[in-house]
Each structure stands twice: as structure tokens, then as C-alpha cells.
Design a protein around this ligand. Structure first.
Ligand code: CP
Length: 308
């Protein structure tokens, strides 16, 4: 399987076999570090939107493989501020770096960047569209607790709760789960439901999709509960945001009705949708999930740079 020079823009561009290959390599890199794998290589991180985990885990991944990093996390400090187009920015950066990781608020921006770039572009999130590298680490995290996801076995029930309309991590993960034996349970505040076309695609892929009215119902039905933050910055109407922000808050008390093995995931950052008392329960997996970003992004960098 050759990934050399490949862009990572949308999870829809990956087959089941390719996803499994990435997860397997991530596991190998976690068990057996390769501190010189990308020595002499340079990664540029272009973050036009805030990030903690995606940018820092990509940078940690590159450093741990012996590579180096340049970039910006504040677009106001780049020449985008002076009106330089994204395409021109990419045409410059691809002369400096061997790989580009980019986050941008506009849907489709990563695809546009890949069309003009001479080096691989890895999408670190484009608007409400896609966040494919998050999806690989989400699948890696689920498979650690539930190996049947990748090894075959009884269907897993994966619930999604919160803002399913604007959450790009949800959109990417729902698409990826179409490759596996999974039942979906969806719990969203009114107006923030998963867009119909994602539901249609999941059903076409053979997934059973159930929409439930309350977060509690999702808690009691799932093996994995994927919580999301309300994406305040994507709400066209602040009044709409105020109306729903208090809903869908998970507390430790609510977990009394969950299966003992049930795991709570969240791409983070959380705001108030998971109470802090959940952190100490056996169900919390979101901090481990964020940590899994390092080996998974190591695998992706090694692959697109032709080192794995
Ligand atoms: N999960 C995630 O994308 O986190 P950041 O916004 O901190 O990168």
C-alpha cells in the first residue's frame, strides 16, 4: 500500500483496508518508537483557526520521528492578514516544507490547498466539513477498547450526542464507520441534528441508524458515546446558541444506567457538555483519545512522506 505524496483531505478518500493499515502502523509506532524515521524532513503547520490538540499532536509526532516544524498558529501574524490568498500561501510554503498540515475555517479549503500544493496536505479541519486525522485517532481509540471493530464480531453501538449539525469530527467519523459493523444512535438538540445526507450515506453503507430524544437514552444504549461541543463559532444566530447551550450535559449520575464497558469519547475541547465528575469514572476515555493523536499522526506523516 503506497501513500507516498498523498493528500489527506477527506475520510471518504480512504478504503477500509487503508484505514486498517493506518491503525496498524499507529499501533506499531506506539509500541516501538522510531526516533529517526523522519530525520531531515520539515513539516509546516498553517492554522487559520485555533487548535490545541491537532496542532500540538502533529508537532509532537513530527519531533518524535526526528523531523522539524515551522508554521503559524495565528493567521494574523501571516501575510493572509495583508490579503494573500490561500492558494498563494500554499505555493510559498510548499517550497519550504515537505508536508503541510492546515486548519482553515472554510469548507473545501483543504481540497483547494491540495490542488495547488506540490507536497502532501493534511487537513486539520476545514470549517464544518471534515477532520479526517481526528477520525483515524477516534477509530484507533475505539479499537483499543473494542477490538471487534476492526477484527470482526458483533456490531458495536456507537452513539453521537450534542451538536451533530456543525461538528466536523462527527461528520468524518460517521462516514468512516460505514466501513465497519456498527449501529448508530443519534441524540441531538432540535435544530442540531445530523444532516440528512450523512444519515442516508450511513444507511446505504448498511448501518442501522436510530435517532433518540434524550442524552440519557443514548447513554443506556451505547458501547461508545461520542460527545461533542456546541460549535458556537458556527452558529449563524447567537440566540439559537443560547437556547441550546444548556442541553446535553453528561454527568456521572447519568452514567449509572450505562453498560459497565461503555466508553465516553469527545474530540475536545469540552465546554460544559461533560461534567468534570465524569473524568474519574471508568467510562471516560477522552484524554487517552487525545493522546492517541500522536501515534496516529506519526503513522500518517510517515506514510505520506514515504518513510513507512
Ligand atoms: N480535537 C481537536 O480538533 O482539538 P483542537 O481543536 O484543540 O485541535
Amino acid at each position: 500500500m503506497n501513500f507516498r505524496g498523498r493528500h489527506i483531505i477527506s475520510i471518504a478518500d480512504f478504503s477500509r483496508e487503508e484505514i486498517l493499515h493506518i491503525l496498524q502502523l499507529a499501533g506499531e509506532l506506539e509500541r516501538r518508537p522510531r526516533p529517526d524515521l523522519l530525520a531531515g524532513r520539515l513539516m509546516a503547520t498553517l492554522f487559520f483557526e485555533p487548535s490545541t490538540r491537532t496542532r500540538l499532536s502533529f508537532e509532537a509526532a513530527m519531533h518524535k520521528l526526528g523531523g522539524r516544524v515551522i508554521g503559524f498558529s495565528d493567521p494574523g501574524s501571516s501575510s493572509a492578514r495583508k490579503g494573500e490568498s490561500l492558494a498563494d500561501t500554499i505555493r510559498m510554503v510548499d517550497q519550504y516544507a515537505d508536508v503541510v498540515v492546515m486548519r482553515h475555517p472554510r469548507c473545501g479549503s483543504a481540497r483547494l490547498a491540495s490542488e495547488v500544493s506540490r507536497v502532501p496536505v493534511l487537513n486539520g479541519g476545514d470549517g464544518a466539513n471534515q477532520h479526517p486525522t481526528q477520525t483515524f485517532l477516534d477509530l484507533y481509540t475505539i479499537a483499543k477498547d473494542f477490538p471487534q471493530l476492526v477484527a470482526g464480531g458483533p456490531a458495536l453501538t456507537v452513539g453521537f450526542a450534542g451538536d451533530l449539525k456543525y461538528g466536523r469530527t462527527v461528520h468524518s467519523l460517521v462516514a468512516a464507520l460505514g466501513h465497519f459493523r456498527v449501529d448508530l444512535v443519534l441524540a441531538a438538540p432540535r435544530g442540531l441534528e445530523l444532516p440528512e445526507h450523512y444519515i442516508d450515506e450511513a444507511r446505504q453503507a448498511g448501518l442501522k441508524v436510530t435517532q433518540v430524544a434524550t442524552l440519557q437514552e443514548a447513554v443506556e444504549r451505547c458501547d461508545v458515546l461520542y460527545m461533542t461541543r456546541l460549535q458556537e463559532e458556527r452558529f449563524p444566530d447567537p440566540l439559537e446558541f443560547d437556547h441550546v447551550k444548556a442541553s446535553y450535559r453528561l454527568t456521572a449520575t447519568m452514567l449509572a444506567g450505562a453498560r459497565q464497558s461503555m466508553k465516553v469519547l469527545h474530540p475536545l475541547p469540552r465546554v460544559n457538555e461533560i461534567a468534570q465528575d465524569v473524568d474519574a469514572t471508568v467510562h471516560a476515555r477522552y484524554f487517552d483519545q487525545a493522546g492517541n493523536g500522536v501515534p496516529v499522526r506519526q503513522a500518517l506523516l510517515g506514510l505520506v512522506l514515504g518513510a513507512l
